[in-house]
Ligand binder design. Structure first.
Ligand code: MIC
Ligand code: SF4
Length: 662
């Protein structure tokens, strides 16, 4: 049964009961109708940025002319670019610190930990909204927060007090039943979801978890699941906020932040799947996609040369305690290297106080700092043709820093089992063989709370006096022109399906330091796909890119739009887009077009000369393939606001000119 009622002057369609997603969206809706597929805008309570996307986000924020952030809370984290091989990353950190001081932003210093883990511990609030310039922002769904990953510009706009514009998602329910068996854990649940739904399965949807088994999962477990929900292409993932959430927040000294949020009994979901936890086995995502999932036992015995434990997916107190218990009194297999990066200073301190860190060191683990590290190719690249087993969330080809290495994504239990045996191993068999008793890790009554590595905002009067520190690595933002009435040029590149933003704009220790310098970083666009791309694009003054399905999945990095734009890319024509990348293309004035008839993908080749009529963007658009003498109909999912931005050459120019005129 449906009825309509007004919220903020807008008519909202309501089903009888509401699910968690609908409740939070309804509370934050400022524009549009809560109907899947409609364009809506929501109020953003909190924002987060990290250093690899943050420099660009704050350069953009500066152009908006706002004196202080207008959110309830904004945090700037330094966790990605912590390998300082020259001045660049260190310069970026100082820029970020001075920006935070000037604009009333919390600053989480390098060493304090990975943004998503720290945010969960210290800042996330159930029922609120969070926009983060990192695709794993949905981690906070583990405590019932509606947390969405976006490009830096969208986060900058939210800091300036503007709502976040998005497509109202469908809600897909994952009902969890039964009980996990020993040595099977939360990571295996999300790997099973990925196996069933694929890396495209969450596009346009929020994944909402429910069912009797939810109460058996700790906040750390839930956060592992919502974190890796990013790999489904989902808008976000969310759990209810219940007594487990309350106990977690209390143990973090933040009991007052707790509110209960549960789905109404008679609520409805657009789609649903059921997972029986008692039937789950330890799972593994094989190279080179997070949905290439099989049971670990299928790969039993495969020789492993590296094991890496950490990342925002699996580096909590719970995860590292499990690993320490398995390693206790044993030695890491001589055929591999074991790397461990704790998720936050809090986790690091607690495992060092209780001896678990010493246990890992004794077993031969190489302990890294509390940061993203190997997950984003910042050191610890595997050997040639290496087999690296990781507790991370992404295994895209080349992301580890070694092009021909194979990355296998697993739970901490499986990772520790592999570290002991030197081969892919089911932790149940290893535990049995070595006589390790299953023992659940209980939540500490009180976590070690010390926010001394967070610099809190100062008074507006003091902030005013702060000078922004701009080292030579901070290059000014390029200007982009309004969209002309027609676009012409050649097809610079034609790609297949599931192209990631790591393919478009690679990261890693060599390239990440250039994140605040668009002219410099643009030299690496599509480096792993086609090394000649940047020079070809510049030689012919830009052109078009043709792609397959799910183009731009993965990281939220807006550099995957700004840098191609800088090289002259005018439009990207694909079978389908990933959400964040499409928004980033619009923000920087690259036309995101979709084949109306998917088979037309075969009618365009690299090198063909195209002409696109852009005089009218409302409705279908005609692409003339001058080389082949054919006409192709393409479409798009831009709403009226997007079209206005696109015509102005992108959102930044539009927003900055609005700010200047007001
Ligand atoms: C990632 O996991 O790919 C990153 C690095 O955290 C990115 C952000 C970035 O590219 O800086 C993400 O997930 O959005
Ligand atoms: Fe950092 Fe990896 Fe998490 Fe991205 S996925 S935020 S690089 S730990």
């Amino acid at each position: 049964m449906e009825y309509y009622y007004p919220v903020c002057g807008v008519v909202v369609r309501l089903i009888m009961g509401l699910n968690v997603t609908q409740k939070i969206l309804k509370d934050h809706l400022v524009e549009g109708e809560l109907k899947a597929g409609e364009k809506i805008a929501i109020r953003i309570d909190q924002t987060l940025t990290q250093d690899a996307t943050g420099t660009m986000a704050y350069l953009e924020f500066e152009t908006l002319g706002v004196a202080r952030v207008k959110t309830k809370l904004s945090v700037s984290y330094v966790d990605h670019n912590t390998l300082q091989t020259d001045f660049k990353n260190a310069d970026d950190h100082l820029y970020l610190q001075s920006i935070a001081a000037k604009y009333g932003i919390h600053f989480s210093r390098p060493g304090n930990g990975i943004c998503h883990q720290v945010h969960l511990e210290r800042f996330g609030v159930p029922g609120q909204t969070l926009l983060g310039s990192d695709s794993h922002t949905p981690t906070q769904g583990g405590i019932g927060m509606l947390s969405i990953g976006a490009g830096g510009l969208d986060v900058a706009l939210a800091m300036a007090g503007q709502p976040f514009h998005m497509t109202c998602p469908k809600v897909l329910n994952v009902r969890l039943e039964g009980k996990l068996r020993p040595w099977v854990s939360a990571k295996d649940i999300i790997l099973e979801v990925l196996r069933r739904l694929s890396v495209k399965g969450g596009v346009g949807k929020v994944i909402e978890y429910s069912g009797p088994a939810v109460k058996s999962l700790s906040v750390a477990d839930r956060a592992t699941i919502t974190n890796m929900g990013a790999e489904l292409g989902a808008t976000t993932s969310v759990f209810p906020s219940d007594s487990k959430t309350r106990d977690f927040l209390k143990a973090q000294g933040r009991g007052e932040n707790w509110v209960e949020i549960k789905a109404d009994k008679n609520c409805e979901y657009d789609e649903g799947i059921v997972i029986s936890l008692d039937k789950l086995d330890p799972m593994v995502a094989q190279p080179h996609m997070p949905d290439n999932v099989v049971a670990v036992k299928k790969l039993k015995g495969k020789k492993v040369t590296q094991v890496a434990i950490g990342s925002c997916t699996n580096s909590s107190y719970r995860d590292l305690m499990v690993v320490a218990k398995m390693l206790k009194g044993r030695t890491v297999h001589p055929g591999l290297s074991l790397l461990v990066s704790p998720g936050s200073k809090q986790v690091y301190k607690m495992i060092s106080d209780n001896g678990a860190l010493a246990t890992m060191i004794e077993a031969g683990a190489r302990i890294l700092e509390s940061a993203c590290g190997p997950c984003i190719g910042m050191g610890a690249a595997p050997n040639s043709e290496g087999v690296s087993v990781r507790t991370f969330n992404r295994n895209f080809k080349g992301r580890s820093g070694t092009a021909d290495a194979g990355i296998y994504l697993v739970s901490p239990e499986t990772a520790a089992a592999c570290a002991l045996t030197g081969a892919l191993s089911d932790p149940r068999h290893v535990a049995k063989k070595l006589g390790i008793k299953p023992k659940s890790i209980s939540l500490p009554k009180k976590f070690d709370i010390n926010d001394n590595m967070v610099i809190f905002p100062m008074s507006p009067a003091k902030s005013k006096k702060i000078e922004i520190v701009r080292g030579p690595n901070i290059a000014p933002l390029p200007n982009f022109d309004p969209l002309p009435g027609s676009l012409s040029g050649v097809v610079l590149l034609k790609t297949g399906d599931n192209i990631t933003t790591d393919d478009i704009m690679p990261a890693g220790a060599r390239i990440l330091p250039l994140r605040s310098n668009i002219p410099a970083i643009s030299e690496f666009v599509f480096e792993r796909v086609d090394k000649e791309f940047p020079s070809r694009a510049k030689n012919v003054s830009g052109g078009f890119v043709i792609g397959g399905a799910n183009y731009g999945q993965g990281s939220s990095r807006e550099h995957a739009a700004i840098a191609p734009k800088y090289l002259g890319v005018k439009a990207v024509i694909v079978k389908s887009f990933a959400r964040i990348h499409m928004a980033n293309l619009i923000n920087f004035g690259i036309l995101p077009l979709v084949f109306k008839n998917i088979s037309d993908y075969n009618k365009i080749d690299q090198g063909d000369e195209l002409e696109v009529d852009t005089s009218e963007l409302h409705g279908d658009i005609i692409v003339v393939n001058k080389t082949k003498g054919t006409r192709i109909v393409v479409t798009h999912s831009m709403g009226p606001r997007d079209i206005e931005m696109m015509a102005a050459g992108g959102t930044l120019g539009y927003a900055a000119s609005m700010a200047a005129s007001s």
